[in-house]
Ligand binder design. Structure first.
Ligand code: MN
Length: 310
């Protein structure tokens, strides 16, 4: 029997880092493990693997007899095709929706911090397990990516300490590579833009169907100016494809540390100004600090709870 570490479909660098490293951790503690990438890893994963010459070796599918560990995700709905009894552990950092519970046999650690990779790093530190160069690199840049270079307000002292520990392990891990990775991941083809935005997922909160896209870009204002038309038509396409009431894009300037909130309809503009106290005018609003999509969702979950308990 193998314990397979996996995450959500099309995982980002944090998800991949957790899979790779936690699987290594389990093997080194005597539990036979592998990892399974469902869908395709985000482009940023390829960028980091290319720079550091890391080869991923994902299992093709999760077999019926495999035990499952879910990292950087806790949504059991994603694993409906699997026997819940086979899910043995969850390691995550996303807010749990009101009323969501987990079967008691699952070992759950969900801490609201900058990256799930921090939690995995802490397992190595706590158990004093040797970490490979590849796992250390993936965890480090996973934390850096998810916390926007430790600038986002979800960044915890634990994220900072995990980064320091990883930096101390291998001289290849340097801050100077961060800018290179951020600039490379900002080079997005028009044909890929909608996919990169991850805007297809509708959440229902406050009685509304809400789609929130995301763009993490170096020099985001320039980027938006050069793609105004494309972004506008993506918003309209998604509105047509889904029964969406509210739709906007949370654009983060990953080098300069602020957001641009973008929408193209008055309903959404009113919603954003009412619930987030933004000042969106003509579909655009610039924040003075970084706000992550998961923070926006957390705020909506909180407002939704208050709304339901009225
Ligand atoms: Mn994450």
């Amino acid at each position: 029997m193998t314990r397979v570490v996996t995450s959500y479909i099309n995982p980002d660098l944090d998800g991949i880092a957790c899979m790779y490293a936690y699987s290594e951790f389990l093997n080194k503690t005597g539990i036979k493990s592998s990892y399974c990438i469902i869908g395709n890893a985000k482009e940023e994963v390829n960028i980091v693997c290319d720079i550091f010459n890391i080869k991923l070796n994902s299992k093709k599918t999760i077999d019926e007899e495999d035990e499952i560990v879910i990292v950087d995700n806790h949504d059991l709905n994603n694993f409906k095709n699997h026997d819940t009894n086979k899910i043995v552990e969850i390691i995550d950092h996303h807010t749990v929706y009101n009323g969501v519970t987990f079967p008691s046999h699952i070992k759950v650690q969900i801490d609201i911090i900058g990256a799930a990779a921090t939690i995995v790093t802490e397992r190595f530190i706590k158990e004093n397990i040797d970490i490979s160069k590849e796992a250390a690199i993936l965890l480090y840049y996973g934390i850096i990516s998810n916390s926007i270079n430790l600038k986002s307000s979800v960044t915890d002292t634990r994220d900072i300490n995990a980064c320091k520990w990883l930096e101390s392990k291998y001289s290849e891990i340097t801050k100077s590579k961060i800018k290179e990775i951020f600039i490379k991941k900002s080079q997005i083809e028009d044909s890929n833009l909608r996919k990169v935005m991850e805007i297809e997922h509708t959440i229902n909160l406050l009685g509304k169907n809400i789609n929130i896209g995301v763009l993490e870009i170096a020099n985001v204002e320039e980027f938006i100016k050069s793609r105004t038309k494309q972004i506008d038509s993506i918003l309209n396409e998604v509105k047509n494809n889904y029964n969406t009431d509210i739709i906007f894009i949370n654009c983060i300037d990953i080098l300069n540390g602020y957001n641009i909130i973008l929408c193209n309809d008055k309903n959404t503009e009113k919603f954003l100004n009412e619930f987030f106290k933004f000042n969106v005018q003509n579909g655009i609003y610039k924040t003075d600090k970084i706000i992550l999509r998961k923070e926006l969702i957390r705020k909506l979950i909180k407002l939704d709870n208050e709304y339901q308990n009225r």
